[in-house]
Design a protein around this ligand. Structure first.
Ligand code: HEC
Length: 653
């Protein structure tokens, strides 16, 4: 039972959630919902790219079996090996969260008290950039194929003078079909091929950004930008997922722009199979596996910001790093991919800038499997594969974004945003994790309404109080303050019960229980933790002994403490019947439920919102009832003399 007070919120905030969760087995309410909302629902929501949503308990319960498996190997989708290097905004479930979900599934995926579970975040196609300075949209396109389709769309930027992009975001017109988007600029008038899976058909096109579903917008570090030429064209290469035939899309790209004074970030495939391949050309014969290496060095010191490996379907592993081959030997890590998935090509943003000093060589090593053992092989039986732009050809590239090194680049703050890992409007007693850049050497101070929050000095903060939150981030001599994120915590209603404590019911009489009154309050009364059907006013006239409480709702829930009524004028009925005499089975069930009832009476089926969806008159014998639709239900049995008993029932089709 939750009694929410300012003190308990305070206690919650100071206790680490780790100890708290250790103490209780995980439920949807007490931790699992939070994990799903921060790691899964950006794609698994209705209208998202994932094939099913995971944003309600019922959905997560239904898929819990395959979730437990998917989180060990493929979900969330993220190609890079987290044991090799970490990145900004990486989609990696922590080992602790993996074990919490597994324990939860092993325990039967319990809900906990859904009244106190955090609400699902809402997803919209709204910009996360704030105000865009340039917003361009491709014209409407109806997908013409039912297999993977790649299409280039040319959009004039309308820029009359050159500008720097300091942030880029892709807003897919139809998020359920847009699998990834490459954003290029091209300031020539060269022809652009309408369908391609590699370049745009123009050698002058420059890649500036890669989008995959669930990705955050890209912000350049303070003082830097990506130069967009005057009159440049923006080219979107959109990959539509299989099964999209006939669907409409119109994807938009937003930019934040600055006019001048910024350092220009270059984006280039410094490692590529056309000019840096050792022992080329790329050619993997049918039924062969083959490893290729690439090397490239250029004079000077460089500051690297991102790396983005690229191959097609028969690529299996990819490793890229920089190396110094003279003593003292040294390796600088970029990206390691142990299990390449063509569908999840990310632009890996380093948490800290990576300095590549003069004398280092950039290297890549890729392994290709052109046998039937590769489930992604585009040909069956395997065919000879060589370099080319079609997805059935192969490539070996790493796009890097980089700057000429300047003293102090080690301390560039890569990203200063606060990303809320869940809904930012919720009821008292819940919190949301606010997260900012993590990495080596960063220090933090969080603020609420401009006032420093004592002890809030890590990369994330659990916000449980209404306010505008910001974070000041320091790296070496550099310091920057994030834009604020506003959190709204709705107060729970007051739930008190009078009389309180323990009260004797006069023989043959009754006691009136009165709940606190407030505007917009609705009520449900409970006896011995069982909902009393039809008892919905602010008072309840009790004639039977038991432990009573009232649930008050105003958009948020609160439960009163219990009043114990004794020596009531008991009548025969359920009150005297052991719960074990009332049986429903099997539970969970696939729809057909058998009910053994001790008396004739009415059996009401409520959905988990408490809405009545059917009622049946049942007898003492065994009764079969049928419930449509997966989910959590309450079966309420009322005997003919005013007593009731409630059981939870899970339907899983
Ligand atoms: C970036 C988007 C994205 C995120 C984040 C994501 N998924 Fe998925 N998920 C997908 C897509 C798309 C599929 C369909 C299969 C595919 O493309 O790999 C999928 C498939 C699945 C499947 C079915 C796997 C199978 O074997 O068929 C499960 C289960 C799943 N996801 C669970 C999760 C869970 C749990 C999380 C969070 C811990 C999560 N996903 C995070 C996009 C995502």
């Amino acid at each position: 039972m939750k009694k929410i007070t300012a003190f308990s919120v305070f206690l919650f905030l100071i206790m680490s959630s780790y100890t708290w969760l250790q103490a209780q087995p995980p439920t949807w309410e007490n931790g699992i919902a939070k994990i799903f909302y921060s790691n899964c629902t950006s794609c698994h929501h209705s209208g998202g790219i994932a094939p099913f949503s995971l944003d309600t308990y019922t959905d997560a319960y239904s898929y819990s079996g395959i979730v437990a498996i998917a989180i060990t190997n493929k979900m969330p989708p993220w190609n890079a090996d987290p044991n090799y290097k970490h990145y900004a905004h990486e989609r990696v479930l922590s080992a602790t969260d993996v074990s919490k979900i597994q324990l939860w599934v092993a325990n039967g995926a319990p809900s906990g008290d859904l009244r106190f579970a955090p609400p699902a975040p809402t997803y919209s196609n709204a910009s996360m950039l704030g105000t865009a300075d340039l917003s361009v949209k491709m014209s409407d396109y109806t997908v013409s194929s039912n297999t993977d389709e790649y299409r280039n769309f040319v959009i004039p930027s309308g820029l009359t003078v050159s500008k720097f992009a300091t942030a880029i975001e892709v807003l897919p017109g139809n998020p359920s079909i847009v699998h990834h988007v490459l954003v290029f600029q091209d300031s020539t008038t060269a022809a652009i091929s309408s369908s391609s899976s590699g370049g745009t058909g123009s050698a002058a096109s420059k890649l500036i950004y890669e989008y995959v579903p669930g990705a955050q917008p890209y912000f350049t570090p303070v003082g830097t930008g990506l130069r967009l030429a005057a009159n440049t064209r923006i080219i979107l290469q959109v990959h539509y997922a299989p099964g999209s035939l006939g669907q409409l899309d119109s994807t938009r790209v937003n930019f934040k722009l600055a006019t001048s004074g910024l350092r220009n970030i270059s984006v280039s495939p410094l490692l590529n199979h056309l000019s840096t391949l050792i022992s080329g050309p790329l050619s993997i014969l049918a039924n062969q596996t083959k490893t290729y290496n690439e090397a490239f060095s250029f004079p000077g010191n460089w500051t690297f910001l991102t790396a983005s490996p690229h191959m097609h379907y028969i690529g299996r592993t990819f490793l890229t790093y920089a190396v110094k081959n003279t003593a003292p030997f040294d390796t600088i890590r970029f990206v390691n991919i142990n299990d390449w998935d063509f569908h999840w090509q990310d632009n890996y943003v380093f948490q800290n800038t990576v300095k590549v000093p003069n004398g280092y060589t950039l290297r890549a090593q890729a392994f290709y499997d052109n046998t039937t053992g590769n489930p992604d092989n585009p040909y069956s039986p395997p065919q000879n594969i060589s370099a080319g732009e079609a997805t059935t050809d192969e490539m070996m590239m790493v796009f890097f974004s980089f700057l000429p090194y300047q003293t102090g680049d080690e301390n560039l703050i890569i990203d200063k945003r606060i990303i809320p890992k869940g809904a930012t409007t919720f009821c008292e007693g819940i919190t949301v994790t606010l997260k900012t850049i993590e990495g080596a050497g960063y220090t933090y101070q969080w603020y609420r309404n401009g006032t420093p929050i004592s002890g809030a000095i890590s990369a994330s903060y659990e916000a449980g109080i209404t306010g505008n939150y910001s974070v000041s981030i320091t790296l070496g001599p550099n310091n920057t303050v994030s834009d604020p994120v506003s959190v709204t915590v709705n107060p729970a209603p007051v739930a008190t019960l009078s009389p309180s404590g323990s009260v004797v019911i006069p023989s043959g009489g009754s006691i009136t229980l009165n709940a606190s009154i407030g505007s917009g309050y609705t009520y449900n009364w409970y006896r011995n933790d069982t909902l009393i059907i039809g008892a919905n006013s602010s008072s309840y006239n009790a004639t039977i002994a038991g432990s009573y409480y009232v649930e008050v709702y105003n958009g948020c829930y609160a439960l009163s403490s219990n009043t114990i009524l004794t020596d009531g004028a008991t009548t025969s009925g359920l009150n005297n019947i052991a719960i074990s005499e009332f049986k429903i089975y099997p539970n969970p069930s696939s729809g057909k439920v058998t009910v053994d009832a001790p008396f004739e009476g009415e059996l009401i089926v409520l959905n988990y919102l408490g809405q009545k969806i059917q009622s049946n008159i049942i007898t003492k014998e065994t009764n079969d009832i049928f419930i449509d639709g997966s989910g959590l239900y309450f079966l309420v049995f009322n005997d003919n003399i005013g007593n009731s008993i409630t059981s939870k029932m899970i339907i899983h089709k």
